[in-house]
Design a protein around this ligand. Sequence first.
Ligand SMILES: *Cc1c(COP(=O)(O)O)cnc(C)c1O
Length: 380
Amino acid sequence: MENAPMSKKMVIPTDLLPLDGRFGSGPSKVQTQFVSKLAYAAPRFLGTSHRQPAVRSVVGKMRSGMRDLFALPDGYEVLLGNGGSTSFWDAASFGLVQNRAQHCVIGEFSSKFATVNTAAPHLGQPEIIETAPGQTPTPCRMNTDIDTYCFVHSETSTGVTMNVERPDGADGIVLVDATSAAGGLRVDPAQFDVYYFAPQKCFGGDGGLWIALVSPDAVARIESLSQTDRWRPASLDLGIALEQSRLDQTYNTLALATVFLLAEQVEWMLDGGGLEGMAQRTDSSATTLYGWAEKHPLVTPFVSDTRHRSNVTATLDFDASIDAAAVAKTLRSNGIIDTEPYRKLGRNQLRIAMFPNIDPSDIERLTACLDYVLERSTTA
Ligand SMILES: *Cc1c(COP(=O)(O)O)cnc(C)c1O
């Protein structure tokens, strides 16, 4: 699509601009105050042993902060390891899936985990329940053959959310990919056995780490699979991760800056009203942004089912008379960055993160900027 009026030189008036231009869905906006704190702590923290109290106490603070943030019931534990959510999928295929998983596939990320378990030579073929991107998702359903149910809380590639609920009558464990949801959406720990994520989305930190909130049933599954002779690489061994996490450590060296930023962020979330306080922030941003899109004649929320619209990642379709990629480019040249859609979805769309760190007033300002750009962009 050629949209001549979309010049790179379009300048959005400064008074309309958000105070912070980072709207990316991951890595996402990191709070500068925590980076400053890290710089201050650096001489006693960065470059010191991860087996010693200076670092272990920060890991411990992060783990207990997570326990408070998610109001974890007794017996639930906070595990961590290196490699981000993608590595956690591999670890789960070795250490959580007994034989056969069921996957709800609703977009790119949920499909990637299904691919991991499909390819794993030690597992039976998973059952896949697929829903087209953006449509009302079909939830997991009980199947006596299934020992592990897998779905995503918020599918970051499409902006669709699923309800975190155990399938009726199922006795398998429930694994929820909460990479972009955790910390920004409400969740009841009674409804999951594993709720896993990475710090670079709602927790506004850096990538490369995975965190998993695990129930006593999930701990029992990890322990029982650890006692089998199933081959597994040590770096993906959840039995080892369980032992190490209990000691506020990781099997191999973790990124110290990453865990420092995460511990600070969790503390900020707790001070800001905990998970409920964060969910109210994302509610507010989502009301503003989807409300704006619904009123705008050239914009439509991609997810039409309002019950499954994500409050942390909004996907907005643009009318064919507008080139969304050119809009994203104009925004970028004005310091409003990473609004491009998920690459593989291939739609004339913008994707905007509304994570807790993104101020709801900046979402408001973003809509004013979009109005400004759109008024000057139609070819029709
Ligand atoms: C970002 C994301 C992932 C991948 O996370 P990595 O830490 O990069 O491996 C997985 N699932 C969802 C839902 C995500 O948003």
